[in-house]
Design a protein around this ligand. Sequence first.
Ligand SMILES: [Zn+2]
Length: 103
Amino acid sequence: MRKIRRNDNVVVISGEHRGLQGQVLRIDTGKDKAVVQGVNLVKVHEKRTRQRDGGIIEREAPVHVSNLAVVCPACGESGRLGVTVTAEGKRVRFCKKCNETIE
Ligand SMILES: [Zn+2]
């Protein structure tokens, strides 16, 4: 079970963007990479189109999920996620700090 999902609030725990927080916009499961809002911005040269001028824009590049930790929405703690099985046999993620389940 993957611990990081789309729309999670995550913090970067290693690399040059360490400490940055953002929402997961996209996950590339095949490559174990995630695109996080405002993290790992790269300059992209856009071609001029009929709709807009070309030029240099900034866009998020994927970062490896091992560099990310989910921030618990209940207590704000990061990187203390566990997975447990409920009485109904459903696997859920929970915060090891406050025991809150995270959808
Ligand atoms: Zn928590």
